[in-house]
Design a protein around this ligand. Structure first.
Ligand SMILES: [Fe+2]
Length: 214
């Protein structure tokens, strides 16, 4: 294995700002899966919501695939171009590798209503992603729920490992319209249920990067 290949696996020695009062010490957290977060263009979010709103299967809690035409609509600003470019950024910044192209297995939309959840799962492709298209109006105090019972706000929880001492195993993010996450497809995650009205709508995708031959 040459030097360049080995460097792919080395984390950068950057301390993690976990506390302001470390009294001269630093804390590093070099291991574990990486999650990219970005903000999708409003026009893309609007277009995807239009597709979802006009889909005959949009009734309560449901999920449905997007068509090829819907994924490619918009030219340079299409869903497939935007997410492909973000995946290239993700891989380049983590592994310092340029990829030749990205193959997508599927894009699909998930509508969740109050008290529905998405069970713990991983995806079937090397790269997975999620884009939030719509968030519900939460009931008063919905976010104050006991952690073990869920926070009732529809968070996405990423899970890595279990109760490992001095190591983190859960990372939670509250869905915000336009927020998009790219992560390894094997990374377990779960969507918590919410209390309130309206729909928690997300767009998920599975992708397979094609690496350049050196
Ligand atoms: Fe998922």
């Amino acid at each position: 294995m040459n030097k360049r290949n080995i460097e792919r696996y080395e984390a950068k020695p950057i301390p993690v700002p976990i506390s302001e009062n470390l009294e001269g010490a630093e804390v590093f957290s070099p291991f574990g899966p990486m999650i990219l977060k970005s903000k999708a263009p409003e026009s893309l979010v609007r277009r995807m919501n239009q597709y979802a709103n006009t889909n005959p299967r949009t009734q309560g809690a449901c999920e449905f695939l997007l068509t090829n035409e819907q994924c490619m609509d918009g030219g340079e600003d299409s869903l497939i171009r935007y997410t492909g470019s973000l995946i290239q950024t993700y891989i380049f910044h983590i592994d310092n590798l340029k990829i030749a192209s990205v193959d997508f297995e599927a894009f699909w939309i998930v509508n969740q209503t109050a008290q529905t959840s998405s069970p713990t799962h991983f995806h079937s492709c090397p790269i997975a992603g999620i884009l939030y298209l719509q968030t519900p109006t939460l009931a008063d105090g919905a976010e104050d729920g006991n952690y073990m019972l869920g926070r009732n706000a529809g968070y996405i929880n990423f899970l890595h490992g279990g109760n490992q001492q001095f190591s983190k195993s859960i990372a939670s993010f509250r869905p915000v319209v336009g927020d998009i996450y790219i992560f390894p497809g094997w990374l377990l995650h779960v969507a918590e249920p919410f209390l309130g009205t309206g729909t928690r709508r997300s767009l998920a995708f599975n992708a397979k990067p094609q690496f350049q031959v050196r």
